[in-house]
Design a protein around this ligand. Structure first.
Ligand code: PSU
Ligand code: MN
Length: 307
């Protein structure tokens, strides 16, 4: 039945069938999160990093109304350039498929698809969360509800302070989603290693992390895990510069009346412009760093599931 909706690339299918490590990757970061050509270059390099660590990368998107688990270079190039690519979260998925159009998947929809395909680890840059001012706007990313229900571990560099990080962490606590710091006690704020907020647990390596994740799912405690992996020190941004850029971006979004799914891409683009591209450089490096941890995690999980 699933073949009607989903194509799994040959190498990915083989790895899943043989229980080999596979890492899912999202495509909203390609189509709506970074500009061309850096988006395409980054997406391809992330796949190489994952392969080098002994796992198979599976970038996920919707092309011509079909879910693709694993893309080729041409597909990634298309997603990076095309303007007709919808941003697809949970609620959009059935409509984008039945219309037969193209879509880039968010953290939420990539988790859904990874889970359908049998992939346990997913690498991205940052998760969506509770937006600043959500007490008025109710703007809370569907990523958080997905983390509450779908069994996929999401490796990220925390969340950007375009969000209200305190409320985001409270929301995740309410819904039973563990937030794990990779070699850190502090929840990282994407461009910076520090946010002033603590994580629930610190792990020292991928094996420790894999054991906790498997235990969660063995116990039937459904839902995802946020693995918060701080940006490497040398690529970290100055927190004053990034905070100011975010303030300006937020004000402009408000003045322009940006709403709904446009909010996150608008803010990302503004922050990039205000920092004259510096934020983009950091963004790219933190994704590479997440790819390393995600690939190692997939390898460790695969060993645990084998025995
Ligand atoms: N945060 C980033 N970069 C991104 C996104 C978030 O730093 O590219 C994307 C992810 O795909 C995430 C989505 O799932 O934005 C969240 O969108 P929204 O806030 O509309 O739920
Ligand atoms: Mn939103």
């Amino acid at each position: 039945m699933m073949e009607k909706y989903m194509d799994i690339k040959e190498d990915v299918k083989k790895a899943i069938e043989e229980g080999k490590p596979v890492v899912a990757l999202e495509s909203t970061i390609i189509s709506h999160g970074m500009p061309y050509p850096q988006n395409v270059k980054t997406a391809l390099e992330v796949e190489n990093i994952i392969r080098d660590r002994g796992a198979i990368p599976a970038t996920i998107a919707i092309l011509g109304g079909k879910i693709k688990v694993g893309l080729n270079e041409e597909d990634i190039g298309y997603l990076g350039k095309a303007k007709d690519v919808y941003k697809v979260s949970r609620r959009d998925l059935p409509f984008i498929l039945s219309k037969g159009v193209n879509g880039a998947t968010t953290v939420a929809s990539t988790m859904i698809i990874a889970n359908l395909a049998g992939i346990k680890v997913f690498v991205t840059g940052g998760i969506g969360g509770v937006h600043r001012g959500a007490e008025k706007t109710f703007d809370i990313s569907a990523d958080l509800q997905e983390l509450a229900r779908t069994n996929v571990a999401v490796v990220c560099a925390g969340a950007k302070s375009i969000l209200d990080l305190g409320l985001t962490l409270e929301y995740l606590e309410t819904f039973g989603v563990p937030v794990v710091g990779f070699k850190t006690h502090e929840f990282p704020a994407f461009f910076t290693r520090k946010s002033g907020f603590s994580v629930d647990y610190k792990v020292e390596d991928e094996l420790e992390l894999a054991k906790a994740i498997k235990t969660k799912w063995d116990l039937g405690l459904d839902g995802g895990i946020v693995v918060a992996n701080p940006i490497p020190k040398k690529y970290e941004m100055d927190s004053n510069i990034i905070d100011k850029a975010i303030e300006v971006a937020l004000k402009e979004a408000e003045t322009k009346g940006i709403k709904g799914k446009e909010v996150t891409p608008f803010l990302l683009d503004k922050v990039k412009d205000i920092t004259k591209g510096k934020s983009l450089e950091s963004n790219i490096e933190l994704v590479y760093n997440n790819a390393l941890v995600g690939a190692n995690l997939a390898v460790e999980l695969e060993k645990l599931y084998r025995i």
